[in-house]
Every structure is written in structure tokens, then in C-alpha cells.
Design a protein around this ligand. Structure first.
Ligand code: SF4
Length: 185
């Protein structure tokens, strides 16, 4: 796959988009909102939110860390389970997954905004270029992955953690698949 910079056309502001195609659709929670929402969580023992998460993120564990101001710890919980946690925080259909399963719904209360809290934690990591893990000791194995969409990227990250050398191939000039080319408003 070519190591091209993003084509200029991809970064050009698009009429009708806020500040271009990579602008955020929803604002981030501010610090007091993060504290307030994190402290509404009941830290359920059986955590239906976690059971509803396709990547199995320990939701109450990361929310508890946010409630005490530990964004690094929250990011560690999320990214250890899902290296694409920052993307998922923005594009997952949380209303039918983790937030749809939140017990607050049973009391007709607003569910915990899990996706936006997840974004708070993973943005902390992104802004610092921080990951809770690195490549593992080399196994001497080489793996080719065809398709550099979210599944290919997540697979590559897991294999690198285990020490395999990975090469990604993709028909497009940039990796990311739907994450780069296909997410619609
Ligand atoms: S179901 Fe809701 S209240 Fe319970 S742990 Fe998950 S986010 Fe917190």
C-alpha cells in the first residue's frame, strides 16, 4: 500500500460540512459533564452495557476511572479491548448497543452517554499519541493482511502485540476502509 499523504481533495472543506469532512459532528463533553455523567453510572456487576459491546470493553471499569479523573487509565481499559476505540466512540450505534442496554433505560432515565465518555478517554490518548501497549517480542513470523479496513487494522494491531510482522494490502491509496472513505453523517 502506498504511503501517500492524504490527498488534498480529502482535506478540502466541503460545502455543508462544518470545517471540512473531518470535522466532529458532536462536541466533546466538557470536564464537568464528564464528571457528572461518569458519576451517574451504577457500575453494575453484570454490566449489560459490556455484554452489548461487540468488542467487550469493560464499560463500568473505564467509566469509574473517568469519575476519578483518570483518563489515562480509562483509555487503557478501552484500547486494550479495542484498539479502534476512538473511532467506535464516534460511529458505533451506541443507542442500540451499550447505551441501549444501560439499566437506566429501565427506569425511563437517560442512559449513560457511554460513547461520548469513551471519546473523552480515547481523545486523551490520541492527543498524546499514547497507546497502552507496543509491539511484542518478535516471533519471526510474517503475516499479510488483505484489506486495510477496520477489521484488517485491528487484526494487524493484535498480531503486532503478539510479535508478528504484518504487511497490510488494500486496493485504495489510504487505509481505513469505511472509517476513511465511507462514514456518512
Ligand atoms: S448498564 Fe449503565 S449504569 Fe450499569 S454499568 Fe453500564 S453504563 Fe453504568
Amino acid at each position: 500500500m502506498a504511503q501517500n499523504p492524504l490527498p488534498a481533495a480529502a482535506l478540502r472543506p466541503v460545502p455543508g460540512h462544518r470545517n471540512g469532512p473531518f470535522a466532529e459532528l458532536a462536541p466533546a463533553l466538557d470536564a464537568s459533564e464528564v464528571r457528572l455523567e461518569a458519576n451517574r453510572c451504577l457500575y453494575c456487576f453484570d454490566a449489560p452495557c459490556t455484554r452489548a459491546c461487540p468488542t467487550g470493553i469493560d464499560v463500568p471499569a473505564f467509566i469509574q476511572k473517568l469519575a476519578t479523573g483518570n483518563r489515562r487509565g480509562a483509555a487503557r481499559v478501552i484500547l486494550s479491548a479495542n484498539v479502534l476505540g476512538a473511532s467506535c466512540a464516534r460511529v458505533c450505534p451506541t443507542e442500540v448497543l451499550c447505551e441501549g442496554a444501560c439499566v437506566h433505560n429501565l427506569d425511563q432515565k437517560r442512559p449513560i452517554p457511554i460513547g461520548r465518555l469513551q471519546r473523552t478517554a480515547t481523545d486523551w490518548a490520541l492527543e498524546r499519541n499514547w497507546l497502552p501497549f507496543g509491539p511484542g517480542a518478535s516471533t519471526g513470523k510474517r503475516v499479510a493482511i488483505v484489506g486495510a479496513g477496520p477489521a484488517g487494522l485491528a487484526c494487524a494491531a493484535e498480531l503486532r502485540r503478539l510479535g508478528d510482522a504484518v504487511t497490510l494490502y488494500d486496493a485504495r491509496e489510504w487505509p481505513g476502509g469505511l472509517g476513511t472513505f465511507g462514514i456518512a453523517e
